[in-house]
Design a protein around this ligand. Structure first.
Ligand code: ADP
Ligand code: ZN
Length: 432
């Protein structure tokens, strides 16, 4: 049931002691990088004098901008010939950041993802089809080596090429996949076109769903279509990639691996820590990385710690599914809105299809929000009143949550742009 029982079920006190020891080691290592050497000198930090985990709060945060400014080697803490792999972020919000790993880093990362996959129930004997892009993106290779370590037969399918993906699943009886949630929905339409029923005609039993925010309703919708269990998988390239935080079989929040990451949640405005249970920005510190240690990294991802223990017996705390990035927040008429609020509502309305897009526009001093929604084909064939009824319902349901009245336009399935990578949900046409 556990990949590494001692670590996964370690008592909280012992875990804290381990973290303190690893934190001190990390500070000593980090000081060998150009960036932290300067920073520690500036704040007068001496790793030997760190006697408690709370003292980490005296160290300033590291941001994506810091990584960009000290690109490419400013954070590297070992001699360059120790590095064996480079990865980069997807560049969703600007210039991509690069991360370098030593052989030891790769080994530890691989083990962490293996631990996560095993936790969800993947075993030797499974056939694992990795439908993430291979290359600089961490979702490909990160999962690949871990699945081999678990002992699964790995099909390195990569992203896209939907028909071939389905063919591979059928020919080689794939049991486990790794897929971006919005792509899983898109792929279901290709299954339909090919007249293949994923529930009956495949052996799929587990899916790792990650790389982009998705609601519980969307997960359930995907699970219903495919008949597998979908596990939320969270990670970011700055913290290796996948394997930071993962759901166990209770599917109630994601365990965050505290033997390798020190976790804080802060209020993104005041930058002060918030107590467990309260929502805020996730801040992470690598505890075992050698090539490129990062201290108090502001992920910009919003979540909260779920208080209380998990029934699975693991002691590493759980975070709630990610609500979005602070950058994703739309401010309209003084109201803060996240794309996931819209997604959650839409996924709960019968008749709504699998894709949607949010468009922001400005006229004079007013901002307008339009939601384009794909709805099932039948609505366009029959009585237009039905279509109008559905449109009206969507407007009302969205309004009840986001508190402003959106414009809603309904389109036929397949009309909105689809993506094989992370979905682009928001088009902002407002001028500065
Ligand atoms: P980029 O930050 O450029 O997109 P990454 O490939 O490193 O590059 O992506 C990491 C980010 O993807 C995370 O910070 C988070 O915003 C998002 N993400 C990853 N996994 C999940 C998940 N399971 N749920 C929500 N968001 C996720
Ligand atoms: Zn659990």
């Amino acid at each position: 049931m556990y990949w590494e029982k001692d670590i996964e079920t370690m008592g909280r006190e012992k875990l804290a002691a381990l973290q303190l020891e690893k934190l001190k080691e990390t500070l000593i290592k980090a000081k060998r990088s150009v960036y932290y050497e300067k920073l520690f000198q500036k704040i007068g930090l001496n790793a030997d004098r760190v006697t408690g985990l709370d003292m980490i709060q005296e160290i300033p945060f590291t941001t994506k901008e810091d990584l960009r400014e000290h690109w490419p080697y400013g954070f590297v803490a070992v001699s360059k010939d120790e590095l064996i792999r480079m990865h980069s972020s997807s560049g969703t919000t600007g210039r991509a950041t690069v991360i370098f790993h030593t052989a030891g880093d790769i080994e530890k990362w691989t083990n962490l993802v293996a631990r996560s996959m095993y936790m969800a129930g993947m075993r030797k004997g499974d056939v694992f089809q990795n439908m993430m892009s291979y290359g600089l993106f961490t979702g490909g290779l990160g999962f690949h080596y871990a699945a081999e370590k678990v002992g699964a037969l790995v099909i390195p399918a990569g992203a896209g090429n939907s028909k071939r993906q389905i063919q591979l699943m059928r020919d080689f009886e794939t049991t486990v996949i790794h897929i971006i949630p919005s792509y899983a929905l898109h792929l279901s339409t290709v299954f339909e076109e090919m007249a293949v029923d994923p529930r009956k005609d495949t052996k799929l039993r587990i899916a790792f769903l990650g790389a982009e925010p998705h609601s519980e309703k969307m997960r359930r919708k995907i699970e219903d279509i495919y008949g597998f269990k979908g596990f939320n998988s969270y990670g970011l390239s700055e913290m290796n990639g996948p394997g930071v935080s993962f759901e166990c079989t209770y599917q109630n929040g994601m365990h965050i691996w505290e033997d390798q990451f020190f976790v804080e949640i802060i209020n993104p405005k005041t930058l002060k820590r918030v107590p467990d249970g309260e929502e805020g920005e996730l801040v992470l510190t690598t505890l075992v990385r050698e090539g490129m240690p990062i201290i108090r990294y502001r992920t910009k991802d919003l979540t909260r710690i779920l208080p209380g223990p998990c029934e699975c017996g693991r002691t590493h705390r759980r975070i709630e599914r990610i609500k979005g990035r602070t950058d994703d927040m739309m401010i309209l008429k003084g109201v803060n809105i996240f794309p996931i609020q819209i997604e959650k509502k839409l996924m709960g309305i019968p008749g709504v299809g699998i894709n949607f897009q949010i468009i922001l526009e400005r006229e004079g001093y007013n901002d307008y929000l339009t939601v384009k929604v794909e709805v099932q084909k039948e609505f366009f064939a029959g009585d237009l009143k039905q279509l109008e009824g559905l449109r009206h319902r969507i407007v009302e349901e969205l309004k009840s949550d986001i508190l402003i009245t959106p414009k809603v336009s309904l389109v036929e399935p397949g009309r909105l742009p689809k993506s094989e990578g992370k979905a682009v949900r928001v088009i902002d046409n407002r001028k500065e």
